[in-house]
Design a binder for this molecule. Structure first.
Ligand code: ADP
Length: 251
């Protein structure tokens, strides 16, 4: 579903990703862990088409993301191709970025109506279903400011899913929340992970959450994947010394 092929990315002199190769299968849940500044968010931002790789190719659902075929040759993607590829990818950020002037229901239904052309009644019915799924069935007519941070983040998750992306990206979705609100958001994501076949990439500092939800954990350091494997092994028998010291510090 997602493939990074020899991806290079630098900001000025600083190489952030170095010859990165990464494959994520359809339906797979992958947690990206590692120290701050090791390149995890840059990976998600490239998939969201917010950062362009300097070299290498990224594929999503079999199609090149930043490139396209034209007259038999591979050329940089134009805006139309990027727009089409963006519909395959949904992202939830630390900050929820809900539209403050819209009700919860409209926050979820608006993009499916405007971007996907789904009739309003159908989009709103699905939005209600999604609200139910994230445990907010009674909140359809509320404004975001009337909800707690955890509730707002659950709306943001429903809004992303409403676009029916093939791949969902979660970037430290609970780090802006008060500790007592973290569990409810984790619970929603755990349910989504087990009940849907969605492909998920998650950047997280919460190792228990990574352990619960991920099929595979990737440990990053200085723009490289230095260790990867199922969570049971990475968290109980890490092999790399850098992974060991990182986990000692955060667990
Ligand atoms: P992580 O998510 O692992 O904390 P990031 O991918 O956010 O790491 O960042 C990797 C490195 O790239 C960091 O040193 C960061 O400062 C740098 N970086 C990220 N985005 C930019 C940018 N737009 N301009 C300059 N440097 C950046």
């Amino acid at each position: 579903m997602v493939r990074f092929n020899s991806i290079m990315k630098a900001f000025g002199d600083q190489v952030v990703l170095n010859e990165l190769d990464l494959e994520v299968g359809s339906g797979e849940k992958v947690a990206l862990i590692g120290p701050s500044g090791s390149g995890k968010t840059t990976i998600l931002r490239m998939l969201m088409t917010l950062e362009r790789p300097d070299a290498g190719t990224i594929y999503v659902d079999g199609d090149p993301l930043w490139h396209m075929e034209r007259n038999g040759t591979t050329v940089p993607a134009d805006e139309r191709h990027l727009r089409q590829m963006r519909t395959k990818i949904g992202m939830v950020f630390q900050q929820f970025n809900l539209f403050p002037h819209m009700t919860v229901l409209r926050n979820i239904a608006e993009a499916p109506i405007r971007v996907l052309g789904i009739p309003r009644a159908e989009a709103e019915e699905r939005a209600r279903h999604l609200l139910d799924q994230v445990g907010l069935a009674g909140k359809a007519d509320y404004r975001p400011s009337q909800l707690s941070g955890g509730q707002q983040q659950r709306v943001a998750i429903a809004r992303a899913i409403a676009m029916r992306p093939k791949v969902m990206l979660f970037d430290e979705v609970t780090s802006a929340l008060d500790p007592e609100l973290v569990a409810e958001v984790h619970a929603v994501l755990r349910d989504l992970a087990t009940e849907t076949g969605m492909t998920m990439l998650l950047v997280t500092h919460e190792m228990n959450f990574a352990r619960d939800i991920a099929d595979r954990v990737l440990m990053f350091d200085q723009g490289r994947i230095i260790e990867s494997g199922p969570p049971e092994r990475i968290f109980t028998h890490p092999e790399n010394d850098r992974t060991k010291s990182f986990l000692r510090a955060v667990l």
